[in-house]
Design a binder for this molecule. Structure first.
Ligand SMILES: C[S@@+](CC[C@H](N)C(=O)[O-])C[C@H]1O[C@@H](n2cnc3c(N)ncnc32)[C@H](O)[C@@H]1O
Length: 248
């Protein structure tokens, strides 16, 4: 595949997770970020483990299809690996990451990858949506919205989450995360995240979920969300939750 000119946070995460789907430009950006912040592998491992626990909790509640926004690279414990019985549609807006994802999933009849702007679900190809998320709007689904809220302003995020709530069937779930304020102590690292990046105080997270109801676990640091055993003692820049659209 041709080398992209710009790094992608998703492919930087793949590098930190020890994956194979990134380019020299992503590695250079990941190294520059680590110089400004510190080691990142431990942070993104913890975030990916949260994804796994959140997705499995949704699958255990009986959900068998997932729609993933800002999906990044579909490996290293991503959704179809955490819930192998489910069908999964991964979406993103970055053409290079989409092509990588399509290549990784080629031949899979349970998981696909296509374009999807989370802020406008009408941009998803309806044929792909109905193939991998059958009964969309009529059957409960899992919506995975991780690594994305931090790049959307409050108004766009609230509207987007509300549109998703309206679109899904009762009994559906949302897995979501937010960036806390840890990077405020690392101004050089914060600048590398670009102007769209939003840190938020934890008190801001709940109201942004709107009608989505967090499970009794609430919104908290991802390492502490239903940990397998003692939560890992890692820096916790991310807060996460699983929320529901209750059954009528
Ligand atoms: C920090 S990465 C997270 C990747 C993945 N969710 C993970 O946790 O490894 C953010 C991803 O969101 C994508 N993205 C940014 N804006 C988006 C939008 N409006 N709709 C969908 N994806 C978007 C980027 O292209 C990038 O792949």
């Amino acid at each position: 595949m041709a080398e992209p000119d710009q790094p992608s946070t998703a492919r930087m995460i793949d590098f930190w997770l020890g994956g194979e789907h990134h380019f020299p430009v992503d590695v250079a950006a990941a190294r520059a970020f680590e110089e400004a912040y510190g080691p990142c592998a431990v942070v993104f491992r913890s975030l990916r483990e949260f994804l796994g626990r959140a997705v499995r909790s949704i699958a255990d509640a009986g959900v068998d299809s997932f729609l993933v926004f800002g999906a990044g690279v579909p490996t290293r414990g991503n959704v179809h690996e955490a819930a192998p019985e489910a069908t999964v549609l991964y979406t993103d807006v970055d053409p290079v990451t989409i092509r990588l994802g399509q290549r990784i999933l080629a031949g899979s009849d349970r998981a696909g990858y296509g374009f999807g702007d989370a802020t406008d679900i009408g941009t998803i190809d309806p044929a792909q949506l109905h193939r991998f998320v059958p009964g969309w709007g009529g059957r409960p689904v899992g919506v995975v919205f991780l690594g994305l809220a931090a790049f959307l302003d409050d108004e766009t995020l609230s509207r987007t989450l509300d549109e998703l709530y309206e679109a899904v069937a009762p009994g559906s779930f949302l897995a979501v995360d937010f960036a806390g304020e840890e990077l405020a102590a690392y101004p050089r690292a914060l600048a590398l995240m670009g102007p769209a990046f939003r840190m938020r105080p934890p008190a801001a997270f709940g109201p942004l979920l709107g009608r989505w109801e967090p499970t009794a676990d609430g919104v908290g640091p991802v390492a502490g969300w239903r940990p397998d055993g003692e939560p890992a003692a890692v820096p916790d820049p991310f807060y996460g939750a699983v929320a529901t659209k209750p059954s009528a």
